[in-house]
Design a protein around this ligand. Structure first.
Ligand SMILES: C[S@@+](CC[C@H](N)C(=O)[O-])C[C@H]1O[C@@H](n2cnc3c(N)ncnc32)[C@H](O)[C@@H]1O
Length: 282
């Protein structure tokens, strides 16, 4: 029997459905673990690329209905909820929502924190939200098929011309970590640390290799986050733009660590571990 946590790599649109469901379910259960919930509950700072977007929308947020998907422990709630006309934070982890509600017990009437799954969003009417955020790579913890469904669903509940802002892991940022030759540094300690990481990645992802990752459009990787417990979707930035194309337009890409907007040429060479995407709803 195939293990549900076996690493996968897809270059086509034909994922194994049971394995894909298992990926989404497995990650959902990780996000209910008490230690992981506590971790997200104490996070406070916006990431630089989020700060850039907050400043860009600061003056218009009071007119916008905002949905914060995968709100976790409320890191973004404290920055956005007090500005938006309406703020709804959802997460498919009941434990995350409980922690978030404990963190904001006196939230205003226009702030709502609820259990909800981005794959369905059944509670929300069509064309309702002006601004949807799915921060800190929350979109990367469902299977490829579920990811397509989420993009379609976000399109459904968004107003045409509205905004969707999210981040996603960059396949170009992890491919080199699978290559032993690229781990050598002048400082022997750095070389040692890099080689340990490469070895752990190989052990956790026996079906992946640097060669495969160099040609794939996307891959599911057990990376080091939360001690290799999560299965994480990594995608090439140009493939991400294609994936958004049916539902969104005018996509801008930002480096998460600096908030700098990338040029079109940089998309094929950028090796940041993850990137933020701002797009308009068609
Ligand atoms: C990396 S955490 C980020 C939490 C929070 N946004 C932050 O930045 O601190 C990802 C969050 O997305 C949530 N998530 C992942 N897939 C989801 C889905 N399909 N529907 C709702 N929440 C989801 C997880 O439960 C988790 O809380």
């Amino acid at each position: 029997m195939m293990r549900f946590d076996e690493a996968l790599m897809f270059t086509s649109m034909t994922p194994d459905r049971p394995l894909a469901i298992a990926m989404s379910n497995h990650n959902q259960s990780v996000y209910t673990a008490p230690g992981i919930v506590r971790h997200y509950q104490q996070l406070k700072q916006l990431q630089p690329a989020e700060q850039v977007i907050l400043e860009r929308f600061r003056d218009t947020l009071p007119q916008l209905k905002m949905l914060d998907i995968g709100v976790g422990g409320g890191r973004t709630t404290q920055h956005f909820a007090r500005l938006a006309q309406e703020y709804v934070g959802i997460d498919y982890s009941a434990a995350m929502i409980a922690a978030c509600q404990r963190r904001f017990p006196h939230a205003a009437l226009s702030v709502s924190l609820e259990i909800g799954d981005a794959r369905t969003l059944t509670r929300f009417a069509d064309n309702h939200f002006d601004f949807i955020l799915f921060s800190f790579n929350g979109l990367d913890y469902v299977s490829h098929g579920d990811r397509q469904q989420i993009l379609q669903t976000i399109h459904r509940v968004s107003k045409p011309g509205g905004y969707f802002y999210f981040s996603s892991h960059n396949l170009q940022g992890i491919a080199s970590t699978f290559d032993y030759r690229q781990q050598l540094r002048l400082n022997p300690l750095n070389t040692y640390v890099n080689l340990v990481m490469t070895t752990l990645l190989w052990l956790c992802n026996p079906t992946l290799s640097h060669q495969k990752l160099s040609t794939a459009e996307y891959a599911i990787v057990r990376d080091e986050s939360h001690n290799f417990r999560l299965q994480t979707y990594y995608i090439r930035p140009t493939a991400q733009l294609q994936q958004l194309e049916p539902y969104f337009t005018d996509t801008e890409v930002y480096a998460w660590q600096t908030g700098r907007r990338l040029t079109a040429d940089e998309l094929t060479t950028n090796t940041d571990l993850w990137l933020y995407y701002l797009c308009r709803v068609k």
